[in-house]
Design a binder for this molecule. Structure first.
Ligand code: 9D3
Length: 259
């Protein structure tokens, strides 16, 4: 997959995609990440990419022409049909479903903003899609672009090993993860749920699914609305909630974070 990122901070995008899964995917030729800097498309001595907002007020707005020229170069070099995706706080929310859709593409142009954002006429003319990471304030679109690249890259066939790929479309998909434990067996006087030490793989599968269902119900109930629970899942969730009430146990009652 071919990612083209329009950004005033090309080095930030290059370095932050050079580690871990993304870095290896680049090295193995599974993805290609290129940047285009709008500043390269200015002609004044100060290489100006921003200007004051019409109507007044604080902050600066990205000028149309340098960003448009950078987008056009990125689009020209990207595979035919690559959508131009702006990263903005006003976009539709990025999630795993959006990542799965993007992972089907041969390429995409990601446009990261700075300052107060883009001239609206640039979005009207050039945006095929507009994506936000969520309702918090970043200083620019680069971190969002890198997050999209990372989430999409993990979904490409051959990027992850067989085991990790299988986990992605497992029966716990769409649920919060179950708790994990590793050695030593005791930490601060707290042990490990005995079922995980006993080697009964079917019992372990049930325990993990039960924990995933219970934690999702307590912490992110909206993830369960619109999801059919099969008979086993209903039973495990019922058991989880009963166990919570009756026996706090060594790992304590599950936290129910309230707002
Ligand atoms: C504090 C500035 N805000 C004025 C009311 C508006 C604003 C402008 C530009 C807020 C953030 C930004 C820069 N953000 C992004 O480019 C961005 C972003 C984000 O801030 N949050 C979540 N997802 C994204 S995607 C791009």
């Amino acid at each position: 997959m071919d990612f083209r990122v329009v950004t005033l901070f090309p080095q930030f995008v290059a370095t932050s995609t050079s580690f871990g899964v993304c870095g290896r995917a680049v090295q193995r030729g599974l993805i290609d990440i290129n940047t285009v800097d709008p500043r390269e498309f200015t002609s004044d001595v100060h290489r100006t990419v921003d200007d004051r907002p019409y109507g007044g007020g604080p902050g600066m707005v990205l000028k149309v022409e340098p960003v448009r020229a950078a987008i056009n170069q990125a689009r020209d070099k990207a595979p035919t049909g690559s959508p131009v995706v702006f990263l903005t706080p006003q976009g539709r929310r990025f999630d795993q479903d959006v990542a799965r859709q993007f992972a089907k593409l041969a390429g995409m142009v990601l446009v990261a903003g700075r300052y107060e954002g883009f001239d609206e006429r640039l979005l009207d003319a050039e945006a095929d899609d507009e994506i936000s990471l969520g309702d918090f304030v970043l200083s620019g679109g680069e971190i969002a672009a890198v997050a999209v690249i990372d989430a999409v890259t993990r979904l490409l066939p051959a990027v992850l090993g067989d085991e990790a790929s299988a986990e992605q479309d497992s029966f716990m998909d769409g649920l919060l993860d179950c708790p994990h434990y590793t050695r030593p067996e005791t930490v601060d006087g707290r042990g490990v749920p005995p079922v995980l030490l006993e080697g009964d793989h079917e019992a372990i599968r049930c325990w993990r699914l039960k924990q995933a269902l219970g934690r999702t119900y307590l912490r992110r109930p909206e993830l369960l609305t619109g999801r059919e629970l099969n008979t086993e899942e209903q039973r495990l969730l019922r058991e989880f909630l009963e166990e919570q009430d009756l026996e706090p146990g060594q790992d304590g009652p599950e936290q129910h974070f309230t707002s």
